[in-house]
Design a protein around this ligand. Structure first.
Ligand SMILES: NC(=O)c1ccc[n+]([C@@H]2O[C@H](COP(=O)([O-])OP(=O)(O)OC[C@H]3O[C@@H](n4cnc5c(N)ncnc54)[C@H](OP(=O)(O)O)[C@@H]3O)[C@@H](O)[C@H]2O)c1
Length: 376
């Protein structure tokens, strides 16, 4: 008996230390994550973006949405603003607003980023300016989510050429030293069915920015890849901002405090949480969850090709799609209002399911956050 007790004691000791070390490592990792989260999202780095970097800030796509909010935020910080966008009258309005409200100098360049021959004009406009911050923000998405082969004008390549020129070429061609913020998208972090080309161009922006940051880090140049989730802008057609879909002003105010702390950022704490949850499930569970199938059945009458859609991202995108879509093109969809479709999507995907798979849990978490934020 005593020899058995001795050997159990010996075996017990190393196991105890393996367990203790594991717990200590996990606790240290959690502490590190908590401290870095606190540094980024609570303390922030709000004082980095000042005209000491260079007198001028350049913002592309500066007449609306996120770009306009960047222009305002940078003007508030004392930068002179070079605004580059498509329509001269809109540029004039924004320039006037910034000059009157923030008493800063402004210049404008009106170009269509869908065209490839505009970079001589931009280079000429930027020559001689001491540029401290460049925000490569201009971007286009689909007018509505669509299966690849059903995209209008796919054959004469204008859709793809335009998206590549606006979303990718603009980021490579408009260059600067100092701080460069390249606006990618959370949809560049994983494939997003029905927005496949957009998602792929944004993945390019993310990879390009992160690679560039490593190449030029030692020269003191900051290149940040910014990957927002939904922001209430003209592009997303979200009219009512919520906690998870902030106004562009709220988004940009949060994002600028991460510059210099994160080379790849979601820019806004609720977005970072949502992306963490989604990435967890998209990386590990690419099978079609039952809620997705049911939701797709719901949408099948409205979408031209049969499912299955391949991943959890489809679920939230379908929900989102159904909302924005019904809000804008009611004739395409049978639902009479965005909310009606939204509620239908939730009732179809949730009550009949037991939480039998992690993907299902992911859907529940997202819907929970979504519903809470709407209630808020
Ligand atoms: N909103 C979101 O939820 C979200 C999420 C992730 C990433 N993003 C990214 O954030 C960026 C800004 O998005 P947003 O929602 O703020 O967009 P938005 O509200 O549609 O504004 C886009 C801006 O870009 C300009 N623009 C569009 N096409 C142009 C072209 N061909 N040539 C020159 N200017 C052009 C627009 O000018 P006009 O007024 O003349 O059209 C406008 O000033 C994009 O890169 C987008 O992909 C947005």
């Amino acid at each position: 008996d005593s020899s058995i007790g001795q050997s159990v004691g010996k075996a017990h000791e190393p196991l105890f230390w393996v367990g203790a070390c594991t717990v200590a490592c996990v606790l240290l990792w959690l502490l590190y994550r908590l401290l870095s989260g606190f540094r980024i999202w609570v303390l922030g780095n709000g004082s980095l973006l000042t005209p000491r970097l260079g007198k001028w800030a350049v913002v592309t796509g500066a007449t609306d949405g996120i770009g306009k909010s960047y222009a305002e935020e940078l003007a508030r910080r004392g930068f002179a603003l070079m605004l580059i966008s498509r329509s001269q009258d809109k540029l004039d309005d924004v320039a006037k607003l910034l000059e009157e409200q923030y008493k800063v100098e402004t210049k404008t360049i009106a170009v269509d980023f869908g065209k490839a021959d505009i970079y001589g004009t931009i280079e000429e406009g930027l020559s001689g300016l001491e540029i401290g911050v460049l925000v490569n923000n201009v971007g286009v998405s689909y007018p509505y989510p669509e299966y690849y082969l059903h995209i209008p004008n796919l054959d004469n390549v204008s859709f793809i050429t335009n998206m590549i020129n606006v979303n990718m070429t603009s980021v490579c061609q408009v260059r600067s030293k100092g701080v460069i913020l390249n606006i990618s998208s959370a949809s560049g972090m994983y494939p997003v069915p029905l927005l496949t080309v957009y998602s792929a161009t944004k993945a390019f922006v993310d990879f390009f920015s992160r690679g560039l940051q490593e190449e030029y880090r030692r020269q003191g140049i900051i290149v940040q890849s910014v990957l927002p989730f939904f922001v209430a802008t003209k592009m997303t057609r979200i009219r009512k901002p919520t906690l998870d879909k902030p106004t562009p002003d709220r988004y940009v105010q949060a994002e600028v405090t991460t510059v210099g702390l994160q080379s790849q950022t979601n820019g806004y704490f609720p977005h970072a949480v949502m992306v963490t949850i989604l990435l967890q499930y998209t990386h590990t569970h690419t099978h079609t969850a039952k809620p997705v199938q049911q939701l797709v059945l719901l949408l099948e009458n409205q979408l031209p090709l049969p499912p299955p859609l391949p991943s959890i991202t489809s679920t939230w995108y379908c929900i989102y799609t159904s909302r924005t879509h019904t809000a804008t093109t009611t004739s395409t969809y049978n639902s009479t209002s965005a909310n009606q479709m939204h509620v239908a999507a939730i009732t179809v995907s949730l009550p009949s399911q037991r939480c039998s798979s992690p993907s299902c849990c992911g859907v529940c978490v997202y819907l929970f956050v979504f519903v809470c934020s709407r209630a808020g």
